[in-house]
Design a protein. Sequence first.
Length: 412
Amino acid sequence: MIDLALLRKDKTYIIGLCKKKDPSFDIEKLAWLDEEVRRLRLISENLRHEKNELVEQSKVNLNAESIAKSRQISQNLKHLDEDLKVIEAQFEDLYLRCPNLILNDVPEGGKDHNVDVKSWGIKPKFNFAILNHLELGKINQWFDFEAAANMSGSQFALYKGEAVKLVYALMIYMFNNNLNYGFYPILPPYLVNEKALTIASNFPRFKDEVYAIEKDGLYLTPTAEVNLTNIYQNRIIESEQLPIRMTSWTSCFRREAGGYGAAERGLLRIHQFEKCELYTICVPENAKAEQDLMIACAENILQKLGLHYRIMLLAAQDCSFASAKTYDIEVWLPAQGIYKEISSISNCTDFQARRALIRYKDDINAKSRLVYTLNGSSLALPRLLVAIMETYQQEDGKIELPDILKTVKLNL
Protein backbone atom coordinates (compact mmCIF):
# COMPACT_ATOMS: atom_id res chain seq x y z
CA MET A 1 0.00 0.00 0.00
CA ILE A 2 1.16 3.53 -0.64
CA ASP A 3 1.85 5.93 2.22
CA LEU A 4 -1.34 7.90 2.84
CA ALA A 5 0.64 10.56 4.68
CA LEU A 6 2.35 11.42 1.38
CA LEU A 7 -1.00 11.61 -0.40
CA ARG A 8 -2.35 13.95 2.25
CA LYS A 9 0.82 16.08 2.31
CA ASP A 10 1.25 16.60 -1.45
CA LYS A 11 -1.82 15.31 -3.25
CA THR A 12 -0.93 16.77 -6.66
CA TYR A 13 2.54 15.21 -6.71
CA ILE A 14 1.39 11.76 -5.56
CA ILE A 15 -1.51 11.76 -8.03
CA GLY A 16 1.03 12.55 -10.76
CA LEU A 17 3.25 9.62 -9.76
CA CYS A 18 0.29 7.26 -9.65
CA LYS A 19 -0.95 8.37 -13.07
CA LYS A 20 2.57 7.80 -14.43
CA LYS A 21 2.33 4.20 -13.20
CA ASP A 22 -1.32 3.45 -13.98
CA PRO A 23 -3.40 6.11 -15.78
CA SER A 24 -6.55 4.00 -15.35
CA PHE A 25 -6.45 3.98 -11.55
CA ASP A 26 -8.74 6.57 -9.94
CA ILE A 27 -6.29 8.07 -7.46
CA GLU A 28 -8.45 11.20 -7.15
CA LYS A 29 -11.31 9.05 -5.85
CA LEU A 30 -8.95 7.40 -3.36
CA ALA A 31 -7.88 10.84 -2.10
CA TRP A 32 -11.54 11.90 -1.80
CA LEU A 33 -12.53 8.71 0.03
CA ASP A 34 -9.62 9.17 2.43
CA GLU A 35 -10.77 12.72 3.20
CA GLU A 36 -14.39 11.61 3.53
CA VAL A 37 -13.54 8.79 5.95
CA ARG A 38 -11.56 11.17 8.13
CA ARG A 39 -14.33 13.80 7.98
CA LEU A 40 -17.06 11.35 9.00
CA ARG A 41 -14.89 9.85 11.76
CA LEU A 42 -14.31 13.33 13.20
CA ILE A 43 -18.05 14.09 13.18
CA SER A 44 -18.70 10.72 14.83
CA GLU A 45 -16.12 11.40 17.53
CA ASN A 46 -17.58 14.84 18.23
CA LEU A 47 -21.11 13.44 18.50
CA ARG A 48 -19.97 10.72 20.89
CA HIS A 49 -18.18 13.30 22.98
CA GLU A 50 -21.31 15.44 23.06
CA LYS A 51 -23.45 12.44 24.06
CA ASN A 52 -21.04 11.51 26.85
CA GLU A 53 -21.25 15.05 28.19
CA LEU A 54 -25.04 14.83 28.22
CA VAL A 55 -24.83 11.54 30.12
CA GLU A 56 -22.62 13.17 32.74
CA GLN A 57 -24.95 16.17 33.02
CA SER A 58 -27.99 13.94 33.41
CA LYS A 59 -26.43 12.43 36.52
CA VAL A 60 -26.81 15.87 38.13
CA ASN A 61 -29.82 17.29 36.33
CA LEU A 62 -31.99 14.87 34.35
CA ASN A 63 -34.60 16.69 32.23
CA ALA A 64 -36.75 16.13 29.16
CA GLU A 65 -34.63 18.42 26.96
CA SER A 66 -31.37 16.53 27.59
CA ILE A 67 -33.12 13.17 27.12
CA ALA A 68 -34.53 14.28 23.75
CA LYS A 69 -31.18 15.68 22.68
CA SER A 70 -29.39 12.48 23.67
CA ARG A 71 -31.88 10.41 21.68
CA GLN A 72 -31.41 12.64 18.64
CA ILE A 73 -27.64 12.29 18.85
CA SER A 74 -28.00 8.51 19.08
CA GLN A 75 -30.15 8.52 15.95
CA ASN A 76 -27.64 10.74 14.14
CA LEU A 77 -24.79 8.46 15.20
CA LYS A 78 -26.62 5.39 13.94
CA HIS A 79 -27.09 6.87 10.45
CA LEU A 80 -23.58 8.32 10.45
CA ASP A 81 -22.00 5.00 11.39
CA GLU A 82 -23.93 3.27 8.61
CA ASP A 83 -22.64 5.80 6.09
CA LEU A 84 -19.13 5.55 7.52
CA LYS A 85 -19.13 1.78 7.23
CA VAL A 86 -19.99 1.99 3.51
CA ILE A 87 -17.37 4.67 2.83
CA GLU A 88 -14.71 2.80 4.79
CA ALA A 89 -15.36 -0.38 2.78
CA GLN A 90 -15.10 1.55 -0.50
CA PHE A 91 -11.90 3.21 0.66
CA GLU A 92 -10.29 -0.04 1.87
CA ASP A 93 -11.04 -1.84 -1.38
CA LEU A 94 -9.71 0.99 -3.55
CA TYR A 95 -6.67 1.48 -1.30
CA LEU A 96 -5.71 -2.19 -1.70
CA ARG A 97 -6.05 -1.80 -5.48
CA CYS A 98 -3.82 1.26 -5.64
CA PRO A 99 -0.49 0.45 -7.37
CA ASN A 100 2.86 1.29 -5.88
CA LEU A 101 4.29 4.69 -6.73
CA ILE A 102 6.97 4.65 -9.38
CA LEU A 103 10.49 5.91 -8.64
CA ASN A 104 11.53 9.19 -10.24
CA ASP A 105 14.22 7.66 -12.50
CA VAL A 106 11.77 5.25 -14.15
CA PRO A 107 10.85 6.35 -17.71
CA GLU A 108 7.28 7.31 -18.51
CA GLY A 109 5.04 5.35 -20.84
CA GLY A 110 4.33 1.71 -21.62
CA LYS A 111 6.26 -1.22 -23.03
CA ASP A 112 7.43 0.74 -26.07
CA HIS A 113 9.37 3.05 -23.75
CA ASN A 114 11.39 0.33 -22.00
CA VAL A 115 15.11 1.09 -22.05
CA ASP A 116 17.76 -1.42 -23.17
CA VAL A 117 20.49 -1.00 -20.54
CA LYS A 118 22.73 -4.00 -21.22
CA SER A 119 23.31 -6.87 -23.61
CA TRP A 120 25.49 -9.95 -23.07
CA GLY A 121 26.74 -12.48 -25.58
CA ILE A 122 25.76 -12.74 -29.23
CA LYS A 123 22.86 -14.30 -31.06
CA PRO A 124 23.84 -17.84 -32.07
CA LYS A 125 24.21 -18.57 -35.78
CA PHE A 126 23.34 -21.86 -37.44
CA ASN A 127 24.32 -23.38 -40.79
CA PHE A 128 21.11 -25.39 -40.91
CA ALA A 129 17.38 -24.77 -40.64
CA ILE A 130 16.64 -24.56 -36.91
CA LEU A 131 13.66 -26.01 -35.08
CA ASN A 132 11.56 -24.61 -32.23
CA HIS A 133 11.40 -26.27 -28.82
CA LEU A 134 8.17 -28.10 -29.64
CA GLU A 135 9.73 -29.71 -32.70
CA LEU A 136 12.90 -30.50 -30.78
CA GLY A 137 10.85 -31.93 -27.93
CA LYS A 138 9.09 -34.27 -30.33
CA ILE A 139 12.35 -35.52 -31.86
CA ASN A 140 13.90 -36.13 -28.44
CA GLN A 141 10.66 -37.40 -26.84
CA TRP A 142 10.96 -34.87 -24.02
CA PHE A 143 7.33 -33.74 -23.67
CA ASP A 144 3.80 -35.09 -23.86
CA PHE A 145 1.44 -32.13 -23.97
CA GLU A 146 -1.46 -34.34 -25.05
CA ALA A 147 -1.18 -36.49 -21.92
CA ALA A 148 -0.89 -33.33 -19.81
CA ALA A 149 -4.05 -31.93 -21.42
CA ASN A 150 -5.94 -35.17 -20.84
CA MET A 151 -5.18 -35.21 -17.11
CA SER A 152 -5.12 -31.46 -16.38
CA GLY A 153 -6.27 -29.38 -19.33
CA SER A 154 -4.53 -27.10 -21.81
CA GLN A 155 -1.39 -25.12 -20.98
CA PHE A 156 0.10 -27.79 -18.74
CA ALA A 157 3.34 -29.65 -19.46
CA LEU A 158 4.42 -33.23 -18.92
CA TYR A 159 8.18 -33.78 -19.09
CA LYS A 160 9.72 -37.16 -19.93
CA GLY A 161 13.06 -38.93 -19.73
CA GLU A 162 16.07 -36.70 -20.32
CA ALA A 163 13.90 -33.58 -20.03
CA VAL A 164 13.07 -34.49 -16.42
CA LYS A 165 16.76 -34.88 -15.65
CA LEU A 166 17.46 -31.52 -17.27
CA VAL A 167 14.68 -29.82 -15.30
CA TYR A 168 16.17 -30.95 -12.00
CA ALA A 169 19.73 -30.24 -13.11
CA LEU A 170 18.77 -26.68 -14.00
CA MET A 171 16.89 -26.11 -10.77
CA ILE A 172 19.76 -27.50 -8.69
CA TYR A 173 22.22 -25.38 -10.64
CA MET A 174 20.17 -22.22 -10.10
CA PHE A 175 19.62 -23.05 -6.44
CA ASN A 176 23.36 -23.56 -5.86
CA ASN A 177 24.09 -20.29 -7.65
CA ASN A 178 21.70 -18.39 -5.39
CA LEU A 179 23.26 -19.91 -2.27
CA ASN A 180 26.69 -18.83 -3.50
CA TYR A 181 25.38 -15.27 -3.77
CA GLY A 182 24.38 -15.32 -0.10
CA PHE A 183 20.68 -16.13 -0.32
CA TYR A 184 19.34 -18.31 2.48
CA PRO A 185 17.28 -21.37 1.44
CA ILE A 186 13.57 -21.53 2.32
CA LEU A 187 11.05 -24.28 1.45
CA PRO A 188 7.57 -22.89 2.21
CA PRO A 189 4.10 -24.49 1.97
CA TYR A 190 2.65 -24.35 -1.55
CA LEU A 191 -0.81 -23.47 -0.22
CA VAL A 192 -1.41 -19.97 1.13
CA ASN A 193 -4.41 -18.18 2.60
CA GLU A 194 -6.16 -15.01 1.50
CA LYS A 195 -4.34 -12.85 4.04
CA ALA A 196 -0.96 -13.99 2.70
CA LEU A 197 -1.94 -13.09 -0.85
CA THR A 198 -3.30 -9.71 0.27
CA ILE A 199 -0.08 -8.94 2.12
CA ALA A 200 1.98 -9.81 -0.96
CA SER A 201 -0.25 -7.49 -3.07
CA ASN A 202 -1.81 -10.23 -5.22
CA PHE A 203 -5.25 -9.71 -3.69
CA PRO A 204 -7.72 -8.23 -4.32
CA ARG A 205 -6.56 -7.00 -7.74
CA PHE A 206 -5.35 -10.32 -9.17
CA LYS A 207 -7.67 -12.74 -7.42
CA ASP A 208 -8.90 -14.25 -10.70
CA GLU A 209 -5.35 -15.30 -11.63
CA VAL A 210 -4.85 -17.64 -8.65
CA TYR A 211 -6.05 -21.23 -8.30
CA ALA A 212 -8.42 -21.58 -5.34
CA ILE A 213 -8.98 -24.54 -3.02
CA GLU A 214 -12.39 -23.20 -1.99
CA LYS A 215 -13.30 -25.92 0.53
CA ASP A 216 -10.28 -25.03 2.68
CA GLY A 217 -10.04 -21.31 1.95
CA LEU A 218 -6.56 -21.79 0.50
CA TYR A 219 -4.83 -21.01 -2.79
CA LEU A 220 -1.97 -22.50 -4.78
CA THR A 221 0.93 -20.09 -4.59
CA PRO A 222 1.46 -18.15 -7.84
CA THR A 223 5.05 -17.37 -6.87
CA ALA A 224 7.27 -17.93 -3.84
CA GLU A 225 7.35 -14.14 -3.50
CA VAL A 226 4.00 -14.51 -1.73
CA ASN A 227 5.36 -17.00 0.77
CA LEU A 228 8.61 -15.15 1.45
CA THR A 229 6.84 -11.82 1.97
CA ASN A 230 4.78 -13.36 4.75
CA ILE A 231 7.60 -14.91 6.80
CA TYR A 232 8.32 -11.67 8.64
CA GLN A 233 4.81 -10.21 8.85
CA ASN A 234 4.14 -8.19 12.04
CA ARG A 235 7.80 -8.27 13.04
CA ILE A 236 10.31 -5.62 14.01
CA ILE A 237 13.83 -6.55 12.88
CA GLU A 238 17.03 -5.14 14.35
CA SER A 239 18.87 -3.25 11.61
CA GLU A 240 22.06 -5.28 12.09
CA GLN A 241 20.12 -8.36 10.94
CA LEU A 242 19.49 -6.72 7.57
CA PRO A 243 19.64 -7.43 4.74
CA ILE A 244 17.77 -10.72 4.90
CA ARG A 245 18.27 -12.53 1.59
CA MET A 246 16.20 -15.64 0.82
CA THR A 247 15.85 -18.03 -2.08
CA SER A 248 13.09 -20.56 -2.63
CA TRP A 249 12.73 -23.33 -5.21
CA THR A 250 9.03 -24.03 -5.66
CA SER A 251 6.40 -24.97 -8.17
CA CYS A 252 4.23 -21.98 -9.12
CA PHE A 253 0.61 -22.05 -10.27
CA ARG A 254 -1.10 -19.36 -12.35
CA ARG A 255 -4.38 -19.38 -14.19
CA GLU A 256 -3.04 -16.99 -16.86
CA ALA A 257 -6.59 -16.16 -17.89
CA GLY A 258 -7.10 -15.50 -21.58
CA GLY A 259 -6.15 -17.07 -24.88
CA TYR A 260 -2.71 -17.01 -26.48
CA GLY A 261 -1.55 -17.45 -30.05
CA ALA A 262 1.05 -19.69 -31.63
CA ALA A 263 3.88 -17.60 -30.19
CA GLU A 264 2.84 -18.70 -26.69
CA ARG A 265 2.60 -22.44 -27.37
CA GLY A 266 4.45 -25.18 -25.54
CA LEU A 267 6.44 -24.09 -22.51
CA LEU A 268 6.28 -20.34 -23.09
CA ARG A 269 3.14 -19.79 -21.01
CA ILE A 270 1.91 -22.61 -18.79
CA HIS A 271 -0.14 -22.91 -15.62
CA GLN A 272 2.41 -24.82 -13.51
CA PHE A 273 6.15 -24.27 -13.57
CA GLU A 274 9.28 -24.45 -11.45
CA LYS A 275 11.05 -21.27 -10.35
CA CYS A 276 13.90 -20.22 -8.09
CA GLU A 277 12.84 -17.03 -6.35
CA LEU A 278 15.11 -14.35 -4.88
CA TYR A 279 13.75 -12.17 -2.07
CA THR A 280 15.41 -9.47 0.00
CA ILE A 281 14.38 -7.40 3.01
CA CYS A 282 16.62 -4.39 3.61
CA VAL A 283 16.84 -0.83 4.86
CA PRO A 284 15.66 1.69 2.24
CA GLU A 285 19.08 3.18 1.52
CA ASN A 286 20.47 -0.22 0.49
CA ALA A 287 17.69 -1.15 -1.93
CA LYS A 288 19.59 -0.15 -5.09
CA ALA A 289 22.62 -2.25 -4.13
CA GLU A 290 20.39 -5.22 -3.34
CA GLN A 291 18.61 -4.93 -6.68
CA ASP A 292 21.98 -4.84 -8.44
CA LEU A 293 23.03 -7.98 -6.52
CA MET A 294 19.87 -9.81 -7.59
CA ILE A 295 20.48 -8.87 -11.23
CA ALA A 296 24.07 -10.08 -11.02
CA CYS A 297 22.92 -13.35 -9.44
CA ALA A 298 20.44 -14.03 -12.25
CA GLU A 299 22.89 -12.89 -14.93
CA ASN A 300 25.57 -15.27 -13.69
CA ILE A 301 23.34 -18.26 -14.47
CA LEU A 302 22.73 -17.16 -18.07
CA GLN A 303 26.38 -16.32 -18.62
CA LYS A 304 27.59 -19.68 -17.32
CA LEU A 305 25.04 -21.36 -19.61
CA GLY A 306 26.28 -19.27 -22.55
CA LEU A 307 22.86 -17.81 -23.35
CA HIS A 308 22.50 -14.44 -25.06
CA TYR A 309 20.30 -11.98 -23.17
CA ARG A 310 19.55 -8.31 -22.62
CA ILE A 311 18.45 -6.27 -19.60
CA MET A 312 15.58 -3.81 -19.91
CA LEU A 313 14.64 -1.02 -17.50
CA LEU A 314 10.85 -1.12 -17.60
CA ALA A 315 8.86 2.00 -18.24
CA ALA A 316 6.34 3.04 -15.60
CA GLN A 317 3.25 1.39 -17.09
CA ASP A 318 5.08 -1.89 -17.76
CA CYS A 319 6.12 -2.30 -14.12
CA SER A 320 4.14 -4.75 -12.04
CA PHE A 321 1.48 -3.64 -9.55
CA ALA A 322 3.76 -3.75 -6.48
CA SER A 323 6.95 -2.58 -8.16
CA ALA A 324 8.45 0.89 -7.97
CA LYS A 325 11.30 -0.02 -10.35
CA THR A 326 11.85 -3.19 -12.38
CA TYR A 327 14.57 -4.61 -14.58
CA ASP A 328 13.59 -7.45 -16.90
CA ILE A 329 16.19 -9.94 -18.08
CA GLU A 330 15.16 -11.19 -21.51
CA VAL A 331 16.75 -14.29 -23.01
CA TRP A 332 17.12 -14.80 -26.77
CA LEU A 333 15.02 -17.59 -28.28
CA PRO A 334 16.59 -18.43 -31.67
CA ALA A 335 13.66 -20.30 -33.27
CA GLN A 336 11.18 -17.55 -32.34
CA GLY A 337 13.68 -14.83 -33.25
CA ILE A 338 12.62 -12.84 -30.20
CA TYR A 339 13.66 -11.98 -26.66
CA LYS A 340 11.47 -13.33 -23.86
CA GLU A 341 11.41 -12.18 -20.25
CA ILE A 342 13.01 -14.82 -18.04
CA SER A 343 13.38 -12.75 -14.87
CA SER A 344 11.79 -9.60 -13.44
CA ILE A 345 13.77 -8.05 -10.61
CA SER A 346 11.76 -5.46 -8.73
CA ASN A 347 12.22 -2.96 -5.95
CA CYS A 348 8.85 -2.81 -4.19
CA THR A 349 9.99 -0.12 -1.72
CA ASP A 350 7.78 -0.21 1.42
CA PHE A 351 4.62 -1.20 -0.51
CA GLN A 352 4.45 -4.82 0.70
CA ALA A 353 6.06 -4.03 4.05
CA ARG A 354 3.20 -1.64 4.88
CA ARG A 355 0.65 -4.41 4.31
CA ALA A 356 2.75 -6.94 6.24
CA LEU A 357 3.90 -4.51 8.96
CA ILE A 358 7.54 -5.50 8.52
CA ARG A 359 9.64 -2.91 10.30
CA TYR A 360 13.16 -2.39 11.58
CA LYS A 361 14.90 -0.43 14.32
CA ASP A 362 18.40 1.01 14.40
CA ASP A 363 18.48 0.45 18.15
CA ILE A 364 16.12 -0.51 20.96
CA ASN A 365 15.09 3.09 21.67
CA ALA A 366 14.67 4.16 18.05
CA LYS A 367 11.37 4.54 16.27
CA SER A 368 10.55 1.59 14.03
CA ARG A 369 10.46 2.16 10.26
CA LEU A 370 9.20 0.12 7.34
CA VAL A 371 11.69 -2.04 5.48
CA TYR A 372 12.00 -2.25 1.70
CA THR A 373 11.34 -5.55 -0.08
CA LEU A 374 12.75 -6.73 -3.40
CA ASN A 375 12.05 -9.83 -5.44
CA GLY A 376 13.22 -11.51 -8.61
CA SER A 377 13.19 -14.76 -10.54
CA SER A 378 16.43 -16.65 -10.73
CA LEU A 379 15.14 -18.05 -13.00
CA ALA A 380 11.75 -19.22 -14.32
CA LEU A 381 12.47 -22.69 -15.65
CA PRO A 382 10.26 -23.19 -18.76
CA ARG A 383 11.68 -20.33 -20.82
CA LEU A 384 15.20 -21.19 -19.67
CA LEU A 385 14.63 -24.71 -20.94
CA VAL A 386 13.35 -23.35 -24.27
CA ALA A 387 16.41 -21.10 -24.63
CA ILE A 388 18.80 -23.99 -23.96
CA MET A 389 17.03 -26.34 -26.36
CA GLU A 390 16.92 -23.86 -29.22
CA THR A 391 20.43 -22.48 -28.64
CA TYR A 392 22.18 -25.83 -28.34
CA GLN A 393 20.26 -27.81 -30.97
CA GLN A 394 22.24 -29.83 -33.50
CA GLU A 395 21.47 -30.41 -37.17
CA ASP A 396 19.96 -33.83 -36.41
CA GLY A 397 17.62 -32.31 -33.80
CA LYS A 398 19.60 -33.58 -30.83
CA ILE A 399 20.58 -31.13 -28.07
CA GLU A 400 24.18 -30.78 -26.88
CA LEU A 401 23.86 -29.51 -23.31
CA PRO A 402 26.39 -27.06 -21.85
CA ASP A 403 29.16 -28.94 -20.02
CA ILE A 404 28.33 -27.13 -16.79
CA LEU A 405 25.01 -29.02 -16.51
CA LYS A 406 26.45 -32.49 -17.02
CA THR A 407 27.88 -32.86 -13.51
CA VAL A 408 25.42 -30.80 -11.42
CA LYS A 409 25.18 -31.83 -7.77
CA LEU A 410 23.39 -30.21 -4.86
CA ASN A 411 25.73 -28.27 -2.57
CA LEU A 412 25.20 -29.64 0.96
